[in-house]
Write a protein that binds this ligand. Structure first.
Ligand code: SAH
Ligand code: SF4
Ligand code: F3S
Length: 456
């Protein structure tokens, strides 16, 4: 007998998730989708179709946080058109703001923190009963350690040619400008066995490249396995072609890890090493625990072994009290190191952080001017460095057809440069030797190189 008031077990609902912020949030979104698939939800790209909308938020800078509230404003009309629509807010803003989001945005049904995403099934039941709530309790270290429940591993699914894999959660560093230790909690390393199981599952569904994630990824340590040991274990996985990691902290980058770039075939010759500032005084006030001298030593550790390794960084301009001379020191560092890519940001005061309380906050104008100078110099360096790659032979992992160019595919080199390749029959997931034929600041052009030693 069919009860017309109850939904059949087969009813598939639609969920739309919008993700802000870093790779960790993208990873969490994928996990939410896995949990929701288990609850009979399918993903939609169209907000208008959705029964459930989740915003997975970022609070790293004020701009990121403001975007969330603007989006919630825009969603108001959808809720009036469909009163059954449920709206949830997760991620870093949710963890920090909790209940106040419910007060500020009346159309939100529930708010959940960064430890709570695996409780979505239970939360959705509560929402179904018309409850409004915020759930941001932190879990025990042990629970976080096993933070991905077993059942999410059992569903067959394709994760794509490249996938992320979180190995730590949280951060203990408390850099004075950063909200992450508040939004993600203390650092916890996952069990190595769980990481290996997850990596094997990715590889078995066709993933060729894994990027390990952690806020301070190279401080990983669990059950006697440290970061380099974990890399060694992952490198042994058959059919895993490429391994990367993000973000290592300079203070935990040492000779043994630098050696791993040479000894582990899958570990790509590319590293992101966030510098933040070129001034020792500012680095101390940022609580970064290294000086410029030690940062240069770390760069040499990598370049002594691999002179052509790609090196990228993060920089903040206009940190409280940063003088013109101190900004110049950052520019000096940029010119000396010649990074291949820089993510540069105007300092943004964040609630709860020490630096937000520092009295010498700089004006928006000064920050914007410094950012402009930095970007101009950096663009010139990147242009020169990319042009120097023209004529070289590179191994590219094909990611798929080019979205705008006919008869072309896109992929990345081991150094993580984006490449578009003309007249190429290769498919996503294949490795191909190419000759670089052109360069611009954001990507390279290439053609297949005959007798590819990498294919097959
Ligand atoms: N765990 C990573 C950083 C994650 S946040 C690491 O330590 O490298 C990414 C970048 O955002 C940081 O490296 C920093 O450059 C920038 N950032 C963080 N907080 C900021 C703030 N309050 N204002 C401006 N930029 C910030
Ligand atoms: Fe933030 Fe510093 Fe931790 Fe990176 S290392 S997440 S910048 S506190
Ligand atoms: Fe943003 Fe949270 Fe990542 S604040 S940068 S989404 S850890």
């Amino acid at each position: 007998m069919i009860n017309e008031n109850s939904e059949s077990a087969e009813t598939v609902k639609k969920v739309y998730i919008k993700t802000y912020g870093c790779q960790m949030n993208e990873y969490d979104t994928d996990k939410m989708l896995e949990v929701l698939r288990h609850e009979n939800y399918s993903q939609t790209d169209c907000q208008d179709d959705a029964d459930l909308i989740i915003l997975n938020t970022c609070s790293i800078r004020e701009k990121a946080e403001n975007k969330v509230y603007s989006e919630l404003g825009r969603l108001r009309h959808l809720k009036s058109a469909n009163p059954d629509l449920k709206i949830g807010v997760g991620g870093c803003v949710a963890q920090q703001e909790g209940k106040s989001i419910l007060n500020r945005a009346k159309n939100v049904d529930f708010v959940f923190g960064t430890d709570n995403l695996f409780e979505l099934p239970e939360m959705l039941k509560m929402v179904g009963k018309g409850q409004k709530f915020s759930r941001t309790e932190r879990h025990s270290r042990q629970k976080v350690r096993n933070f991905i429940p077993d059942y999410t591993f059992r569903q067959a699914q394709n994760f794509g040619v490249k996938a992320h894999l979180a190995i730590t959660k949280g951060c203990n560093n408390h850099c004075s400008f950063c909200v992450v230790p508040f939004t993600r909690g203390v650092e916890v390393s996952r069990e190595p066995e769980h990481i290996i199981v997850e990596a094997k599952r990715l590889v078995s569904t066709g993933t060729k490249e894994i990027c390990l994630l952690g806020q301070n990824v190279n401080s990983y340590k669990a059950n006697g396995t440290d970061f380099v040991e974990l890399l060694r274990r992952l490198d042994k996985l058959e059919n895993l072609k490429r391994l990367r990691f993000i973000s290592p902290h300079p203070k935990d980058f040492h000779a043994e890890l630098a050696d791993a770039f040479v000894t582990l075939p899958s570990l790509c010759e590319q590293m992101h090493l966030p510098l933040q500032s070129g001034s020792d005084r500012i680095l101390r006030r940022m609580r970064r625990w290294y000086s410029m001298e030690t940062f240069y030593e770390k760069v040499d550790l990598l370049r002594d072994r691999l002179p052509d390794a790609t090196l990228s960084t993060d920089l903040i301009v206009g940190f409280p009290g940063e003088t013109e001379e101190e900004f110049e020191m950052t520019m000096e560092a940029v010119k000396n190191v010649r990074f291949d890519l820089i993510y540069s940001f105007k300092y943004s005061p964040r609630p709860g952080t020490r630096a937000a309380e520092y009295p010498e906050q700089l004006s928006e104008k000064v920050k914007a001017e410094r950012l402009k100078v930095l970007l101009e110099t950096q663009e010139k360096i990147i242009r020169e460095k990319n042009e120097a790659l023209v004529g070289t032979i590179q191994e590219v992992l094909i990611e798929g057809n080019h979205q705008r160019k006919e008869n072309s595919v896109t992929g990345r080199t081991r150094g993580n440069h984006s490449v578009s390749i003309k007249n190429c029959g290769e498919k996503a997931g294949e490795l191909l030797a190419v000759r670089i034929t052109g360069a611009n600041p954001s990507s390279l052009a290439a053609e297949p190189f005959a007798a590819s030693p990498f294919s097959g």
